[in-house]
Design a protein around this ligand. Structure first.
Ligand SMILES: Nc1ncnc2c1ncn2[C@@H]1O[C@H](COP(=O)(O)OP(=O)(O)OP(=O)(O)O)[C@@H](O)[C@H]1O
Ligand SMILES: [Mg+2]
Length: 391
């Protein structure tokens, strides 16, 4: 069966011509004369494409589109606007219409626009099925938290996971930046391909180039064999540049080039290698300050900072603490094969109010320590005080 199209126009002649053209292209076409009839029809049938006139009696094109958006009716909405009514068409596009056709439009234009709509629908469908599939696997890391900040981050992750947009994640140590990066990858269409992590702070500056871009045999002392770099290893997947704020300026220049051209060269080779990677960068530094100190390139900052996710410190979202305690408790009970422990009232208060300079990682370590060291089933505040040390 062909894709279902509904043509909505008060002019019978237009409906007939459009119907005939699209039927010849194997579309399954129905028609109606105004928005009111259209609304009745969409209650019963799922149309892949709505081709809709603007000026119509009863419910007009704009009102119909508004209704469709309210109903969350999944379809590609194409507006057929009268000659010269480009402003209204633009308004539709801004409100999420798929495309517009300006009357009088040619046969080719009509067919092409409808074919584009079909492939748009297919892409959305594919993304939706992979997203739900991934959500059910344990490979998708969970981000726990009921605070408004975390809920907002989860919503952004869901959206950016559908795209290849670059993401910059900022936040203090142990706040969950890496977890955010992994979740974006796991929910994206790249999830079957590698997630490759580079800790830019841990690699000596003279080695970072070879680490990122690879090298040819003999290109420098120690390069005993050819080696692929992280950009190549992440091909088709996601490259996570962790601690990007600690990268040397010379490496930053090379990364910038790689991002601009989607091409890299191994150290010791002139040959361009085309790579297809999604970049996510993270840092606990304030990059704007680093730019002022001339330690970070402003152009690279703007390249990376397409979507910014700021993970707040745990001290600023204490309402997440009880959920995190519960989550880590279950995790460590399972890992250390002991029953889940309870926390008495005072110890809960204690955990809720302490100063988490090390953020979630600190809380997680405390819970693990309790599971390893405390024998009772109920944790008391005096035990807690004993084990809440930080060196
Ligand atoms: N919201 C959360 N829910 C569950 N686990 C979390 C959450 N946030 C962080 N964690 C856990 O806390 C630990 C620290 O998180 P992560 O490594 O992502 O932090 P980070 O910001 O990358 O830290 P650093 O700056 O030190 O590299 C990890 O074990 C992670 O799984
Ligand atoms: Mg990290």
């Amino acid at each position: 069966m062909g894709n279902k199209v509904l043509v909505i126009d008060d002019e019978k002649a237009i409906r007939s011509v459009v119907k005939e053209i699209l039927q010849a292209e194997q579309f399954d076409v129905e028609e109606c004369a105004n928005g009111e009839e259209a609304l009745q029809k969409i209650q019963q049938t799922q149309y892949d494409i709505l081709l809709c006139d603007i000026k119509m009696p009863k419910i007009n094109g704009e009102e119909l589109f508004e209704k469709i958006n309210q109903l969350n009716y999944p379809t590609a909405f194409i507006v057929m606007s009268a000659h010269g009514d480009i402003d209204t068409a633009v308004k539709f596009m801004k409100a999420g219409a798929f495309d517009y056709l300006q009357k009088p439009f040619g046969l080719d234009k009509l067919i092409q626009t409808c074919k584009n709509a079909v492939s748009r629908n297919q892409t959305i469908q594919q993304k939706r099925t992979t997203t739900t599939k991934n959500k059910n696997t344990s490979e998708t890391p969970e981000i726990i938290g009921q605070s408004e900040a975390i809920q907002k981050i989860l919503r952004i992750i869901d959206k950016v996971a559908l795209t290849d947009a670059k993401v910059l994640i900022t936040g203090p140590n142990g706040s969950g930046k890496e977890l955010v990066a992994k979740r974006i990858h796991a929910l994206s269409h790249r999830s079957k391909n590698p997630f490759v992590e580079v800790n830019c702070a841990a690699i000596p500056s003279e080695l970072i180039e070879s680490e990122l871009f690879g090298h040819e045999k003999g290109s420098f002392t120690g390069a005993v064999s050819q080696k692929k770099g992280k950009f190549e290893l992440a091909d088709g997947g996601t490259l996570f540049l962790d601690e990007i704020g600690d990268m040397s300026l010379s490496a930053q220049a090379k990364v910038l080039r790689a991002i601009q051209d989607n091409k890299i060269q191994r150290v010791g080779s002139e040959k361009d290698i085309v790579v297809n990677v999604r970049l996510i960068a993270a840092t606990n530094k304030n990059l704007k300050e680093e730019i002022k100190k001339q330690l970070f390139r402003e152009d690279l900052y703007h390249r990376l900072n397409v979507i910014h996710i700021a993970v707040p410190p745990l001290n600023e979202r204490r309402e997440d603490i009880p959920l995190l305690i519960e989550y880590f408790s279950k995790q460590f009970a399972e890992q250390h094969k002991v029953p889940v422990k309870a926390f008495d009232k005072k110890s809960k208060e204690f955990l809720k109010n302490m100063d988490y300079t090390g953020n979630i990682r600190q809380l997680k370590n405390i819970i693990e320590r309790l599971y390893v060291l405390c024998e009772g089933d109920v944790i008391t505040s005096s035990e807690l005080e004993m084990y809440c040390y930080e060196y």
